[in-house]
Design a protein around this ligand. Structure first.
Ligand SMILES: C[S@@+](CC[C@H](N)C(=O)[O-])C[C@H]1O[C@@H](n2cnc3c(N)ncnc32)[C@H](O)[C@@H]1O
Length: 401
């Protein structure tokens, strides 16, 4: 397995920007790959995979290197350590890799393994929060959150069906397996976005856990449905398909630019019943009082259930950020529940694994004044080590008629 200095340099540049300049890993990798169009698919995959690899094990590798990286040369050394531990037994005799010895690094690693926070490469505060929140499940959960995430598709029933998508992708060399219903597992990493099936809106890339949110809302064709934290609309698109394009789907978010992206995706998906509206003031919510049969609250959260996809969140989160997000979630639950008609339902969902953001939030809401007309109908949490997909939480509540 050969690699080139230019690849390592691109990874080091991405890491510098992610850790020193606060760039998001996915956007930074996309930027680096776009900057040099001559790169082939293997080259691109190498850069993406190993940038994520170092982001994921930043703390562990810094420990093995003896210090946190500051210069680009330091980042080269971290990348060298990562490669030595990931199947590249010998490194090229480049100056930046001088003194990196596989046997020595493996010996240090054996000692580091006794410390969970170091081994799993997470901040100490996060290890304490995880243990306090998940108890005996935490060790397996954080271990699973460091693995590579599976790639899952959701077939768009407005345009296609699982058999047609499977055949169409096979014609382009992409093999998928059925998970259940409209969910297909991609067995080999390939560029799905370049396929004809994707360009024609036959599927969306969406984790299996996240695909559980829209069906939990029990929408029917003809309903008025509000997706109140719609973002770029992964779940709005699913709702539109379940509504068979009939009725009214209103997608809200505080960020108008995310809704613009949703509009583009909706066109590709053949969605005809969706309207977007940025939340520019509290009046937007007030005017919608008791207007909806169904409301989806896919609230902002710590994102701890999707660390496999966004490993840089480990380094960007803090106890303060989690406290802030928990307060926002309760405000959204109590404020946005007003949009549901008597007899209607709402789903509260997060991509977090912390009961504090999940079960406890729903319990606190039900015990509050705002929650007095509500009953819990269903709740389910998904853990990566147990269920195989992203950490996720979904609950459905119904409002007294
Ligand atoms: C978990 S993301 C939503 C993901 C989206 N539902 C999807 O499936 O692709 C949460 C969204 O809530 C939005 N948000 C944050 N605070 C909000 C608020 N007070 N009201 C409405 N949306 C909010 C964020 O901009 C973000 O897009």
């Amino acid at each position: 397995m050969k690699f080139y200095a230019a690849q390592i340099d691109a990874i080091a540049e991405a890491l510098l920007n992610i850790f020193m300049n606060g760039a998001y890993a996915d956007r930074e990798i996309a930027r680096i790959l776009k900057a040099d169009k001559r790169r082939g698919s293997k080259d691109r995959a190498f850069i993406a995979e190993h940038t994520y690899g170092v982001v994921r094990y930043y703390r562990l590798y810094s420990h093995l290197a003896g210090d946190e990286p500051r210069s680009k040369e330091d980042w080269w050394r971290l990348i060298g350590i990562h490669l030595l531990l990931n199947g590249y037994d010998e490194l090229p005799p480049w100056r930046e890799f001088a003194g990196l010895d596989a046997a020595e690094i493996n010996a240090q690693l054996a000692t580091a393994r006794n410390n969970r926070a170091l081994r799993e490469s997470i901040p100490d505060w996060l290890d304490e929060v995880g243990e306090e929140q998940l108890g005996a499940d935490w060790t397996a959960t954080i271990g699973a959150l460091n693995e590579q995430a599976p790639v899952v598709l959701r077939v768009n029933r407005l345009k296609s069906d699982p058999a047609t998508v499977t055949t169409s992708l096979a014609a382009e060399g992409i093999v998928v397996e059925s998970i259940s219903g409209d969910a297909l597992l991609v067995t080999e990493r390939k560029n799905l976005f370049a396929t004809k099936a994707f360009k024609n809106g036959l599927f969306e890339v969406q984790d299996f856990s996240s695909q559980q949110a829209a069906p939990a809302l029990e929408v029917e064709p003809g309903h008025t449905v509000i997706d109140a934290c719609a973002g770029a609309g992964g779940k709005s698109l699913h709702l539109a398909a379940l509504m068979q394009n009939k009725g009214r789907l209103l997608s809200l978010d505080i960020h108008g630019w995310k809704l613009d992206e949703l509009k583009r995706r909706a066109r590709r998906n053949g969605v005809a019943n969706l309207e977007t509206r940025p939340i520019t003031s509290s009046k937007i919510i007030k005017r919608l009082t008791e207007k909806a049969d169904r409301v989806l609250l896919d609230v902002p959260c710590s994102g701890l259930g999707v660390l496999r996809r966004n490993p840089d969140a480990k380094w960007k989160l803090s106890p303060d950020v989690i406290d802030r997000v928990v307060a926002e979630q309760q405000q959204i639950l109590s404020g946005y529940g007003r949009m549901v008609k008597p007899g209607g339902k709402m789903v509260y969902a997060t991509c977090s694994i912390l009961p504090r953001e999940n079960e406890r939030q729903v319990e606190e809401f039900l015990a509050s004044e705002a929650g007095k007309d509500w009953t819990l109908e269903h709740r389910q949490s998904f853990l990566p080590q147990r269920d195989g997909y992203d950490g996720f939480f979904v609950s459905r509540l119904s409002k007294t008629s």
